[in-house]
Design a protein around this ligand. Sequence first.
Ligand code: ASP
Length: 317
Amino acid sequence: MPTDPVLVVHGGAWAMPDDMVDAHLNGVNNALTAGWRVLERGGSSLDAVEEAVVIMEDDETFDAGRGSFLNRDGKVQLDALIMDGSTLRAGGVGCVEHLRNPVRAARKILSESPHVYFVGEGAEKFAAEHGVSLCKNDDLIIPREVERLRAYQATQSNSKPDGNDLFAPGSADLDHDPTISHDTVGAVALDHDGNIAAATSTGGTLNKAPGRLGDSSLIGCGCYADNESAAASTTGWGEPIMKLVLAKWTADRISAGNLPEWSAQEAMNYLKQRVNGHGGIIVLNTAGHIGIAHNTPRMAWAYKTVKKQEAGVVREN
Ligand code: ASP
């Protein structure tokens, strides 16, 4: 008896201003359509999360692919991970500068390499050798982000240099300042065969130091999938999420018998209480139960089952 498929996507958790809500809803709904097309025809959860994430990488609304935040040197540096819950195979890329769709390269690593993770030039070389074409870094940069970086660096020039809490503005800022955005994208899916998968892709944080890697592409931090627990994708300020290995922490709660809905909310409470972190998470298990939670004012999310489809920028649990 085939399993009924489920797909959940997110497009970042932050104090998203009203005038950006429609673009985000449009983006997550388009991603849902692309991923669902795969699941509907009996395709794998792995293919579904890849296709959903590609749509959001191509959408300049999000901090993934073209249109991502710029690092301190004015370059786009991208991270992505994809993971298959049935085999625990995973593929990740970090700090890549010449890939429009880093999740495609991550998928090639998962499928065609004995390794799990490639960074920088090595990742790009692997991608090119496996049929993923490279682009110029300039092709990933848009004027909105050039201006955002300029404005941010102008406000920083009079304040003290990066300290311990790099990219960690006070919680008051995170709650109210719409320029402090976390627009990472992610997807989790369950397919007809009962297998789950997850993918996460990001341009990281605004003005990050070159070479800085966030949580998004690290197994168990920004992304995780295991049929025996859950598939999860996170977004938010990456350093605290990494310290808690938050995606795996959440999956462990589910394998211990808790529902994804509760576990997602608990993950957000834990993130806030333990390390004063901010973000959001989507979770899904092989029974098709989903969890969507955030502790930021808003997070773009959408999900689809055979019976229901919903999207929003606030999730009440
Ligand atoms: N988690 C990402 C990072 O820290 C940022 C985000 O979610 O938008 O790289």
